[in-house]
Design a protein around this ligand. Structure first.
Ligand code: SAH
Length: 238
C-alpha cells in the first residue's frame, strides 16, 4: 500500500482560516512538506506551526533560485525543473514507503501555488486529494470589507509582472481586478491603474491574515517596494 498525497490549501495566513478538513489531515499525516526560499522562513509552515505534532516528519522544499536568475534565462527554467523533480522524488519516497504526505500550501494550492508542480509529477502515480483553501485575495477583500464584484461584473486576476501596456489594457477591459506579485513592480502597476482611470478606487493590502496585516487606499501608500505578500483590489462595483 502506498501513501496518499494531499495538496492542502491553508488560507491566507490566519490559522483560523484553515478548513476543518485541512486541520484534520494535518493532525493525522506522518509527513508535512512545504516550500520555502533557501534562507527564508516558510510562510506555509508559519500558518501551521502551532498545529505540527511532535514527531511529525517535516520536509522543507527549499527553492534554489527565484529572482537571482532572470526569468528569460534558460537556466531559470532548467534550475526550477530540476528542483521540482527532486522535490517530487523526495515526496515519492515517503509515499512508496506507505506514508501519507501533506503538502502545506498558502491560500489555495492550485491557484498560483507551487504545489501544482508536484501535483503534475505525482498525482498520476499515487492516490491524491486536493483540499481547497481560502485565497489571499478572498482574505484581502474580507479584511477591507470591500464588495469586489456582483451581477455581470468581470473579475480579472492580474500579475504585477506583466508589462505596463498589458496591465493597462486588461484593466480597461474589466470591471473588477486583483493584482498580485507586486514587489518591485508596484510603480508600473500604479502607472497602469492611472492610465486605466482606476487608481482612485484601488485598495492595497499586505500580509493578510498575519498580525502585521494592513489595508489602505493605494494612493495613500508610499512609493517603496511592496512585500511579496501584498496585492491590489479594484472593485467592480461602487
Ligand atoms: N496560492 C495563493 C497565491 C500564491 S501566489 C492564493 O491562493 O492566494 C503569491 C501571491 O499571492 C503574492 O505575490 C501576493 O500577491 C499574494 N498573497 C499571498 N498571500 C498573501 C497575503 N497573506 N497577503 C497579501 N497577498 C498575499
Amino acid at each position: 500500500m502506498t501513501g496518499r498525497l494531499y495538496g492542502l490549501g491553508l488560507g491566507p495566513g490566519d490559522p483560523e482560516l484553515l478548513t476543518l478538513k485541512a486541520a484534520r489531515l494535518l493532525d493525522a499525516v506522518p509527513v508535512v512538506a512545504y516550500f520555502a526560499k533557501q534562507g527564508s522562513p516558510s510562510n506555509a509552515r508559519a500558518i501551521i506551526a502551532e498545529r505540527l505534532r511532535p514527531g511529525v516528519v517535516e520536509l522543507p522544499l527549499l527553492y534554489p533560485v527565484t529572482t537571482e536568475i532572470p526569468r528569460s534565462d534558460p537556466g531559470y527554467r532548467a534550475a526550477l525543473d530540476a528542483f521540482h523533480d527532486a522535490a517530487a522524488a523526495d515526496i515519492a519516497a515517503h509515499l512508496e514507503a506507505g506514508r501519507d504526505v501533506a503538502v502545506a500550501s498558502e491560500g489555495d494550492a492550485l491557484f498560483y501555488g507551487s504545489y501544482m508542480h508536484l501535483h503534475v509529477r505525482l498525482a498520476h502515480r499515487f492516490p491524491t486529494e486536493v483540499v481547497p483553501g481560502i485565497t489571499a485575495m478572498s482574505g484581502a477583500w474580507a479584511l477591507a470589507g470591500l464588495p469586489i464584484a456582483q451581477g455581470d461584473d468581470v473579475l480579472t486576476v492580474l500579475q504585477g509582472t506583466l508589462d505596463e501596456d498589458s496591465l493597462t489594457q486588461r484593466l480597461r477591459g474589466t470591471e473588477a481586478a486583483i493584482i498580485m506579485k507586486l514587489g518591485r513592480n508596484l510603480p508600473r502597476v500604479r502607472a497602469a491603474l492611472g492610465r486605466a482611470g482606476r487608481l482612485d478606487a484601488a485598495l492595497y493590502a499586505e500580509r493578510v491574515g498575519t498580525p502585521a496585516q494592513r489595508v489602505l487606499r493605494l494612493v495613500e501608500r508610499d512609493e517603496g517596494p511592496a512585500p511579496y505578500f501584498s496585492l491590489i483590489l479594484v472593485p467592480g462595483w461602487a
